[in-house]
Design a protein around this ligand. Structure first.
Ligand SMILES: [Zn+2]
Length: 276
């Protein structure tokens, strides 16, 4: 079986979707799939019932009808990623067989292990990312330019990608030892705090393969960060600020890194450029 990357590259090629951003309509056309948007909350007949729980769904695929449905009102980036995700299920033989074999059991969920479902969802997301970033194209283009958050901020819109997904892709595919620390907003307890005092707490860490070999693969949650720790009280959106970061390793060792900090206002991204 050809590797996933080759399948996606062939699909982009044959569907004539080699311009940026990836044209989802051309791929849907090529696969003879239709695309509809509707409100899942009010038109759930299409979906298998899951008790009385209202599923939080962004996109779905009906194999028999050859239709990809997205939740109406999704923003453009999420809608495209949802479509790419469903295409990921559609082009994977195992997914089609296991996710859509309604003849085997009334409730297909019960025939699949939790782990198999998680794995296939992850695979569909990986295919979606391949389509969004057109295989190696984004990586090649970004590695030709200086190692910096600014390179990503400039490229992401051309791919129709969010800054967050582009920063993740950039970091996990980078050849140099780089890492990305992503922090999420702590919900405000009152309105007394100003934006500068908004607190962020560690959400996840992404590392490049060479970074993992030399340093670490993840961080544990430390103290909350404040926006003013990095950006002062001035303008902060879309600014990139340089700051040194010290990480304590086990055994009392310390690593110092040069980092670039960026916020899309919802999350704080600290990109480790190199050891200092
Ligand atoms: Zn899925």
């Amino acid at each position: 079986m050809p590797a996933r990357e080759e399948v996606v590259e062939a699909l982009l090629d044959e569907a004539g979707a080699t311009k940026l951003p990836t044209d989802e309509d051309r791929i849907l056309d090529f696969l003879d799939l239709k695309q509809l948007s509707f409100d899942f909350m009010h038109e759930v007949d299409f979906l298998p019932k899951q008790g009385n729980k209202t599923p939080e769904i962004r996109a779905a695929l009906s194999l028999n009808d050859r239709v990809v449905v997205t939740q109406s009102g999704l923003n453009e980036k999420r809608k495209r990623f949802g479509i790419f995700h469903e295409i990921g299920h559609f082009i994977s033989e195992e997914h089609r067989r296991k996710l859509f074999n309604v003849n085997v059991h009334a409730d297909t969920d019960a025939t699949l292990s939790w782990w198999t479902k998680i794995r296939m969802e992850r695979e569909a997301n990986e295919i979606a990312a391949e389509l969004l970033f057109q295989g190696q194209r984004f990586t090649r283009e970004s590695l030709d330019q200086p190692t910096s958050v600014k390179t990503v901020l400039q490229l992401a819109p051309q791919y129709g990608a969010s800054y967050e997904s582009a920063l993740r892709r950039y970091t996990e595919r980078h050849l140099l030892p780089v890492a990305l620390i992503v922090s999420d907003q702590v919900p405000k307890t009152s309105n007394e705090h100003s934006d500068e005092e908004q607190e962020f707490t560690l959400q996840y860490t992404i590392t490049s393969p060479s970074f993992r070999k030399i340093y670490f693969s993840g961080l544990e949650s430390g103290d909350a960060l404040r926006r003013s720790d990095f950006f002062g009280t001035g303008l902060f959106r879309k600014d990139v600020v340089e700051q040194e970061l010290t990480v304590e390793a086990s055994g009392g060792r310390c690593w110092k890194f040069e980092t670039e900090v960026f916020t899309n206002t919802y999350k704080l991204f600290q990109f480790i450029v190199k050891p200092s």
